[in-house]
Design a binder for this molecule. Structure first.
Ligand SMILES: [Zn+2]
Length: 258
C-alpha cells in the first residue's frame, strides 16, 4: 500500500494505474495456476492413454499367440488321431499274418507292416516334436497371461488414483476459472486481449517488475525516458524489447529508480 502522503503526491490516476497493475498480476497468477493445472491434467490423461494403449497391445499380442497355440494344438490332436488309426491298422495286419499260410503273401504282408512301422515311427517323432512345441507354447502363453493380469491389476489401482487426481484438478480448474472471470471483469477487453497475447507468447509472464532499471522479463535495460514514463504516466507502459507490461515495485522511490 502507498503511504497516505504518496497517494496525494501521485494523485488518483496513479492509484488507479496501480490497481490495474494489481489486477493484471492477480490475473497472471490465476492464469499460471490454470496453465499448471491444465498441464498436470494433460500429463495424467496422456498416462491413461499410453498405459491403456500398452495393455491393449499386449492383449492383442496374447490373442494372436493363443491363436497360434490353438492351431498347433489342433495339428497335434490330428496327428495323435492319425497315429492311433495307423496303430490299429498295423495291429489288424499283424492279426492277418496269423491266418496267412502262403509264404510269399506272408513276406509281402511283413514288408507292408515294416513300412507302416517305419512311417508310424516317423509320425510319432513328429507328434513328440509337436507336443513339446505346444507345451512350451502353452507355458509361454500362461506366463504372458499372468503378466497381463498383473499389469491390469496394477493399472486398475493406478487408474483409480489418477481419476481421483483428475477430479481434484478439474474442481480446482473450475474454481480458478470462476476467479479468473471475476478478476477479468475488472479490466477492459482490449487490455485483456493484449495481456493474453503476451502471456501466451512470453511463457506465462505478461506483467513484470522493473528492478534497477532492468526489465525482469527479458533483462534488458529500460531507457531513462521510458522509466520516467512508467513513474509518471497514467498509462500502462510496455517493454520495448519483450513487449511485456512493466511496473515499478510499490516501495520504489523516484530517487532510487531515476
Ligand atoms: Zn522486457
Amino acid at each position: 500500500m502507498h503511504p497516505p502522503g504518496c497517494i496525494s503526491f501521485f494523485g488518483d490516476w496513479r492509484q488507479k494505474l496501480r490497481e490495474r497493475i494489481e489486477i493484471l498480476t492477480t490475473l497472471q497468477s490465476v492464469d499460471r495456476e490454470i496453465r499448471n493445472k491444465s498441464n498436470a491434467k494433460t500429463v495424467l490423461l496422456d498416462e491413461i492413454q499410453k498405459t491403456e494403449g500398452e495393455i491393449q497391445t499386449k492383449r492383442a499380442e496374447i490373442e494372436l499367440f493363443r491363436g497360434n497355440w490353438a492351431e498347433k494344438d489342433r495339428l497335434r490332436q490330428g496327428k495323435e488321431k492319425l497315429l492311433q488309426e495307423e496303430g490299429r491298422k498295423t495291429t489288424d495286419k499283424r492279426m492277418r499274418m496269423t491266418r496267412i499260410k502262403n509264404i510269399k503273401e506272408l513276406q509281402a504282408l511283413q514288408r507292408e507292416i515294416d513300412q507302416m512301422k517305419q512311417s508310424n515311427s516317423q509320425l510319432e517323432e513328429e507328434l513328440i516334436k509337436l507336443m513339446e512345441e505346444t507345451e512350451m507354447s502353452f507355458a509361454s502363453l500362461q506366463e504372458k497371461e499372468q503378466e497381463l493380469a498383473r499389469l491390469e491389476q496394477e493399472w486398475t489401482e493406478k487408474r483409480a488414483e489418477i481419476h481421483s487426481q483428475l477430479t481434484g484438478i478439474e474442481g480446482e480448474l473450475a474454481e480458478a476459472a470462476a476467479t479468473r472471470r471475476q478478476v477479468a471483469a475488472k479490466l477492459d477487453e482490449n487490455l485483456i486481449e493484449r495481456y493474453e497475447l503476451i502471456f501466451s507468447r512470453r511463457g506465462g509472464t505478461a506483467v513484470v517488475e522493473v528492478s534497477e532499471g532492468i526489465c525482469q522479463g527479458c533483462h534488458m535495460n529500460i531507457p531513462y525516458q521510458l522509466l520516467n514514463e512508467i513513474l509518471k504516466s497514467d498509462k500502462l507502459i510496455f517493454c520495448p524489447s519483450c513487449h511485456r507490461i512493466l511496473y515499478l515495485p510499490e516501495t520504489a522511490s523516484t530517487e532510487k529508480q531515476l
